[in-house]
Design a protein around this ligand. Sequence first.
Ligand code: MCA
Ligand code: AMP
Length: 502
Amino acid sequence: MSALFPALDARSLAVPSDRPALRCGTDTLTYAELARAAGSLAVRIGGADRVAVWATPSAHTAVAVVAALLAGVPAVPLNPRTGERELAHILGDSAPGLVLAGPGDVLPAGLAGLPRIDVELTPADGSAAAEAVTEPVAEPDDDESPALIVYTSGTTGPPKGVVLSRRAISASLDALADAWAWTGDDVLVHALPLFHVHGLILGILGPLRRGGEVRHLGAFSVEGVARELGAGGGTMLFGVPTMYHRIADALAGDPRLGDALAGARLLVSGSAALPVHDHERITAATGRTVVERYGMTETLMNTSVVPGSGPRPGTVGTPLAGVGLRLVDEDGSVLGGYDGETVGEVQVRGPNLFSGYLNRPDATAEAFDDGWFRTGDMAVREADGSVRLVGRKATDLIKSGGYKIGAGEIENALLDHPGVLEAAVTGEPDPDLGERIVAWVVPTDAAKPPAEAELTEHVAGLLAPHKRPRVVRYLDALPRNDMGKILKKALPVPLSTGDGRA
Ligand code: MCA
Ligand code: AMP
């Protein structure tokens, strides 16, 4: 029986093998079909050191990742929109021996040097893939072995590879199951990207570990949510605040959407703070409370509001089972007592934590304080122990649409454009994205500044579209202190137009 996915064993009595496992667009797989597709692929990749997965929002990505986990081969999910520089960095750093992709996927030149295996959802009888399944691979029994390497941005430099073990994945998913009474009867609906923890580990591996079903919408749309939840059979929805904000906007004119949300068992938001106003709009229209949970790529899930415990907008709940959480003030003292106002850095420890940053022992050592992982998130604890996040230690980290983006990587990309002499990047409040990326640019030639679209394309092409500035502001010079350091706080505050955009 698979240790990570008990339901994938055809002999398992817990889940009938004709039970639906996943649906992405028009592709559907039962547990028996998933066992065959992933089992055969696992045999074909068995023995590889590491595989890259071209992580499109598709059933192919789910099959590829499950196969890698069954084979005990660490998988590196790649954002299919990653720009050339970021892709080169990730490939150079993680050195995969193979890339797994959907049969129709067109891969960029950066991947041309890697052998490719096409992921088949229904291996035809007699094919190499179908033959392979007759001799299943032995899933590793070492829980500490690396399972996934997920890239995440820091304040400066290129993204770091976060090594996640089988232990971390199963511990975090089981703690969530405990907190949310998440079972094999649940049908999870979501539209999250499959190259980050939220969409891939919680959104795909979570339901499969429980023996339940996941329906991925392919791309987020309010219509898709309304169709799949409630009467559509979905019992749970996972999303980032931007998605809930768009849902809240649509609720007023769409009673079907309200009914669908009301018919779901659990609405969960994470990756960034869901504004109180959006909480309130959704509760007013549906009678449902959105449950917030707080996590991080390095820690997987740390806390969650307990469903049914009443509305707690603004808090992310209490630590999950097995998670140790403390607040530490600026001089390193651990805060005692829950007074709801003393701010400290959130530090966590537990079986949910990552194993380290790939090839970065320095960064790994720096991230820990006496065995506790420093999250960089600042919080207070309410009298009942609930954690209320109030900010981040690093102002150079931007959360936009639920994606974490380092200002430094965008500044470096902008500086590579010949029309840019100096650049600074900041995050500004945005009603839809939470924060929007703003680029402050001093052009090389003030008379002929590069066009805004040219700069955003440049960043999207080198890094990723979600890292592109949404606004570019041109200046004659950046404010600097006597040492020449850019003073981002002294950048001019734009006049608001009322829609949150300058
Ligand atoms: C736009 N596009 C471009 C360009 N500009 N493509 C190429 N070049 C360009 N210059 C494309 C985009 O790729 C996208 O295509 C479409 O145009 C719209 O892009 P965009 O405007 O960026 O999308 P959006 O509407 O702003 O997206 C909102 C979103 C998205 C759907 C909410 O931000 C999102 O999926 N966020 C989820 C982030 C997430 O999962 N974070 C988890 C990490 P197309 O429409 O075809 O896609 S945090 C985490 O994992 C921790 C553990 C946690 O706690 O959860
Ligand atoms: P990432 O590094 O992309 O995994 O993002 C992790 C960060 O997202 C955390 O350190 C928090 O700053 C933020 N985050 C995740 N969940 C929440 C939440 N429910 N509320 C506020 N911030 C969150």
